[in-house]
Design a protein around this ligand. Sequence first.
Ligand code: PRX
Length: 637
Amino acid sequence: MSNYHIKHLEEYFQVYRKSVRHPEKFWEEIAEEHFLWRKPWDKVLEWDFTKPEVKWFQGAKLNITENCIDKHLFSHGDDTAIIFEPNNPDEEALHISYYELHKRVCKFANVLKSKGIKKGDRVCIYLPMIPELSVAMLACARIGAIHSIVFAGFSSSALATRILDSDCKMVITSDGSYRGAKTIDLKSIVDAALEKCPGVENVLVAKRIDSDIKLKEGRDEWLQPLLDEAEEDCKPEMMDAEDPLFILYTSGSTGKPKGMMHTCGGYMVYTAYTFKNVFNYRTGDVYWCTADIGWITGHSYIIYGPLANCATTVMFEGVPSYPDFGRFWDIVEKHKVNQFYTAPTAIRALAKENIEYIETHDLSSLKVLGSVGEPINEEAWHWYNDNVGKKNCPIVDTWWQTETGGIMISPLPHSTPTIPTYATLPLPGIQPALMDEEGNELEGYQVQGKLCIKFPWPGMARTVWGDHERYKDTYFSAYKNKYFSGDGALRDNVGYYRITGRADDVVIVSGHNLGTAPIEDAINEHQAVAESAIVGYPHEVKGNALYGYVILKEAGASRKHENVRKEINQLITEHIGPIAKLNKIQFVSGLPKTRSGKIMRRILRKIASNDTDSLGDTSTLLNPEVVEEIIENSLNK
Ligand code: PRX
């Protein structure tokens, strides 16, 4: 029985049972069979969720880039590793072979070394979806530097917060980026951020756009001349399996973003294993994930998972609407994509457009379709299945998180019968638990509760960078001896899981995790604002959109509301980025609060969702009268 390419449901159950009964043996077999270790482990697993501490493959030595690149050179060096599809369809796509990738990564790694970057140093990467991004992250991994990639849509202040939090010595960026018809001046965002980050010694700038930017002397340098000069070979740094590989920030419901830290060995094994099984990837297939590498989906399933499997992975610089809404299908046809992985928000946006955008393209290469980032609603699922997959491609609705490193619950193509809106069954090695309000595990079927995982898996994050207490509080304190995901879920009568959404104040907008507290902090900086509360409400395309309730100070009340609305969104754009802008802003005289002063977001969420029939008892509130007023003036009636 192979742990890979599970062919039918019975085989899945066999593999799953084995993985639960003998987890260490299960993962050890996978790790032994498919990877290049320079020294074997002394112990497969050591764990204690109360500390919490998790160590996989302790004592082993490896370098993930040897597994993602060098290992393939002998027999697959000429195969394409990365297909870069530029924003502008008239610009030629670039096919980077494994040989070429090796050369580029080594050269880049040597440049990093020449700038004094060493094992354990943090390097911030703030780049658009251009080949330099993939090469930069792998170059860091090659020399054991810890990459911290910040999505290039984040504002300068969000970038600064992340650079400071992990004390990055270097920033790698570009002069600018293309997104559809827009050109974005990335370098000036970096310059603004760096005013607050004195610890950054070097900035390497890739050239992407036709611009005339200024480099700061002594700090900034163009990347290309350095690469041209660099040696073509770079010995990989030997890493302990538990050494950090990267930090990636994710929003929490409160406080600053959390730098989730992933380690080399377990993350590699987990992303590679899940990639191969979930997408049923076969040698020669062309796989495309439309995410940005700035998010975990891009880390795990554009770069590390696919490359560890010697796959051909597509990297797309642009947006689905440029030059028209047929762009995705154009790319699928052009590169004969076999596995296509995207987010429900993209599916919903494309489903609104003329069906001709699809019908004029040959999508017959497609074999598996994936969905990630938020629950996929039934309508979007059917549209995807009927029009993109032509009812011929299994849809894998993959549930996972930045924290989990890789896919946790998902159908396996041709094994798991799919049902729209269900992520279905846990992958081998994953032991979910649903918990009730009292903290008891719900056994059996047809139950609904908070989704936890009760046994470690190799891909899980090991800590929050610089704040292990926060890691413990957020994920391991709600339920004893369990990892709490922050999501709610139900298990149906056959054991399928359906994710019901976040159980905290994180809102998923267009598949992006947004904590409400940092947005409120940004709004409250407006001089006319006294207090605010943000909630999510269902939105046709974005899945959820943000609704802000804002109390103005006395002095602000006379100002034009439209102006204040614009200024509020401007502030949010500056502090976080345009992705966090509010769709609706309602000015209110008060916010419903409990007697202890806590804002009752549950009530605000219901009003924003126009679901005011089930508000529950509001009489115990400190200010019940305000609820009537808010309903009366609601913008979502
Ligand atoms: O609420 C879940 C939702 O996205 C959250 C994780 O967000 P992030 O860390 O940004 O990672 C996104 C990409 C893995 C989860 O807590 N989520 C993710 N995938 C699904 C989902 N909700 C429902 N169904 C999914 N397939």
